[in-house]
Every structure is written in C-alpha cells, then in structure tokens.
Design a protein around this ligand. Structure first.
Ligand code: SAH
Length: 380
C-alpha cells in the first residue's frame, strides 16, 4: 500500500471518529437536563441563607402568589434578579385540547431545549381534578401497545418540570372560573417510566407533599415494574407512602414478554417475592398497591389468561387488579370485545379477586392512558 493511500485511509478513520464523537456529544447535550431552580438560585445567590430559597419555593405554590414580585418579605433586588433569571414556570404552553365532554384537558408543553411533553387534567369522581404528569420525554420501555413507547427515550424531566405540570394546571384552573378549582389527585401515568427517573420523581413527591394539600393516598406512581427500583424504594426511608401501581398486563410470562419487551422469564416470580416483601414491610399499605391490566382482544383476555391472573393474585395475597380498556394507539392490537371483557372480570370476581374497571377519559383528544405522544406536527 502506498504511503498516500495509507494516509488517506487514516484521515478517513480520524474523520469518522470525529464525526461519531461529535454525534455522541450532540446526543449527550441534547439529552442533558437543565439546571434545577435550586441550582440556578445557588449560582445567583451563593451566600443566601437556606430559608431564602424555601421562601421562593413556598411562593411557587402559593395560591395568591402569581409571580416573584408578590413575595413581600424578600428584597426588591433579589426579586428582580429572580424574575429576570429564573422562569416562574419551567413548562411553556404550546396548546391545550379540551374533550367534548369538557371533563378532560390535555396540554402540550415545551421544556428547556425545545422538547415537548404532554400532561392531562381529568375531572374525578369527587368532582375535583386529577393531574396526570409525564416524567420523561418519551420512554425507553417500548411497551408494544403504548404510543409513548414508540417515541423512544430522549431525557428525564427535572423535578421542576414534573411538578410544574401540576402548577400549570393550577394556573389554568385559576383562569377558568367556570371550572371547579381544586386539584385533589396526581398520577404519574403520563409519558415515561417514573421509576427510571427515581430521584427526580422522589423530589417531585417531596415538593407536592410539602407545598400542596395533596396527601400520600391521593398520589399514584405507575411503573412498568422496574424491580431494582421497586426494591430500592422498599429500603429508602425518604420514599413517601404514596400509592403504587404496577403494570402487570399479563400473569402469563410469554404473553407479558410479547406485550412488554422489558419483561423477562422470571419477572413474575420476582414480582411475587417483591410484593411479599412490600406487605411484610407495609401491611397497612395493602390497599395502596394496584396491578394494572390493559385488556387486549385475544392477547391477554382469554380464559387461560384469567386463570393465570387468578393464580397470580392468590400467590400475592389478593391485590387489587385494575382492568383498563385499551385506548387505540395505532398498534396491532384491538380492544377486548365487551362480552370477553365482562366474562374476564366476572371470572376474577367469582374467584374472589378484588377487581375494578378504569373509566376511559379524553380518548377523543388522545389524552387517555398510553395515547400520549407528541404528535409529529407538534415536534419542533
Ligand atoms: N411507565 C408507566 C406509566 C405508563 S402509563 C407504567 O408502565 O406503568 C399508565 C398506564 O397506562 C400503564 O399501566 C400503561 O401500561 C397503560 N397503557 C399504556 N398504553 C395503553 C393503552 N394504549 N391503552 C390503555 N392503557 C395503556
């Protein structure tokens, strides 16, 4: 090989390596999270005593506080710097959709870096509101029936970005006096896998429990069943006693693996062991644990699947099973036929399993469970 040819090949390799590094760097920057409000505050006021940030944080959740200028017990200079440098809300409204029944609203919001996520406001049985928050941009879990799963994963949301979805709806309700104003529940059932963003979700829970009147029994974190994280929270004294929902979707291992690529051969046995440990530790929280089950026609709603689910429920000592009607997402699946759905539910009830059926809300604006995806025409 001539020297020229060799040098040209080396150049090509070096160029390629640079391109890959650059691409990786861009991807890395792209997926980077912005600074939290606390970090921005500490940069601006390195010498401020701790209570100053708490004052700011309290104000963010204050009912009558609409901006930093309303914080009366803070110096004017500090208020002006905060107003200029730290956005009052870390999510920016792009568009709000309203369901025909006017009982569900979906917002597409933009976060730092220009990415967009969705958050939903639903009227609940108590005639108050439940906010459904996203915890990630996209999701890495790739459940085959879920629209968010098709997006892939971009980045975790910060705790500010998650809690600000609740603040966003609070502000929205304060501007719509015709709607009742109280948000009573928060569910982590939007885009993303909350336990894959453990620290930021835990911090969001702390903020909600510290600064709002929403209590632990009115907050539900839904997980695909990330066992290392489920185990971690059992040993974490600062993980609050919020309700947990595990997306079971099938008690037959092969069916579950087909529906959820994150599942594996001994997942169900490990989940039984985890549930036993959970009840050993928190017997009083028995009612705080739910297993979700999306009903897919001829996929997980047959008699064989009902029997497997009864066996599973008996092994874990009769937990609550929440049957979810499938919301159309353009996947290969179809929702259970009404007769099959009823038969499945009846068989569970006859076997003594506690079972509830989730009401579908907001499907006309693609705001129902699993339908959250930032539609292509909204992606910047
Ligand atoms: N990553 C979390 C939150 C997902 S959304 C989790 O896996 O639990 C909340 C619930 O909606 C989950 O149980 C999820 O499996 C379910 N879901 C996803 N797509 C759905 C669809 N198309 N129809 C009905 N429920 C769906």
């Amino acid at each position: 090989m001539s020297y020229d040819k060799l040098s040209c090949e080396i150049d090509c390799v070096v160029f390629l390596a640079y391109t890959i590094c650059f691409y990786d760097r861009v991807n890395f920057l792209w997926s980077m999270m912005p600074l939290s409000r606390k970090e921005q505050f500490d940069v601006l006021f390195p010498d401020a005593p701790a209570f100053r940030f708490r004052q700011f944080e309290e104000a963010l959740f204050g009912v009558s506080v609409q901006s930093v200028s309303d914080i009366s017990n803070m110096s004017l200079a500090m208020r002006e710097t905060i107003t200029e440098k730290i956005p009052w809300l870390s999510v920016r409204e792009v568009r709000v959709f309203e369901s025909v029944k006017k009982d569900t609203f979906k917002a597409v919001v933009e976060i730092a870096g220009g990415k967009r996520v969705e958050t939903v406001l639903m009227r609940n049985a108590r005639k108050q509101w439940t906010v459904c928050v996203s915890s990630q941009v996209g999701c890495a879990m790739a459940c085959t029936f879920c629209a968010t799963g098709t997006m892939g994963f971009t980045r975790n949301l910060t705790s500010d970005e998650i809690v600000d979805q609740v603040r966003f709806w609070n502000i929205f309700l304060s501007k719509h006096k015709e709607l009742s104003s109280r948000i009573s529940n928060v569910v982590f059932m939007g885009m993303g896998e909350p336990l894959a963003n453990y620290d930021n979700v835990k911090e969001t829970l702390r903020l909600l429990l510290t600064y709002t009147d929403i209590g632990v029994t009115r907050i539900m974190v839904s997980t695909v069943g990330l066992l290392p994280m489920l185990e971690k929270l059992l040993d974490d004294p600062s993980w609050p006693a919020v309700r947990l929902a595990v997306s079971l979707h099938s008690a037959d291992s092969d069916t579950r693996k087909q529906m959820m690529p994150s599942s594996y051969d001994n997942f169900l046995d490990s989940l039984v062991k985890w549930t036993e440990a959970y009840f050993r530790k928190f017997e009083s929280r028995r009612r705080h644990l739910t297993f979700e089950y999306v009903m897919l026609s001829q996929v997980n709603d047959t008699q064989m699947h009902a029997e497997a689910l009864i066996k599973f429920a008996n092994r874990v000592g009769n937990v609550r099973i929440n049957l979810i009607p499938y919301n159309f997402t353009g996947s290969v699946y179809k929702d259970s036929l009404p007769g099959d759905f009823d038969r499945f539910q009846k068989r569970l009830e006859e076997a003594g399993v506690t079972v509830t059926r989730r009401k579908t809300m907001g499907d006309d604006i693609a705001a129902a469970c699993g339908q959250l995806i930032v539609e292509k025409d909204f992606i910047s």
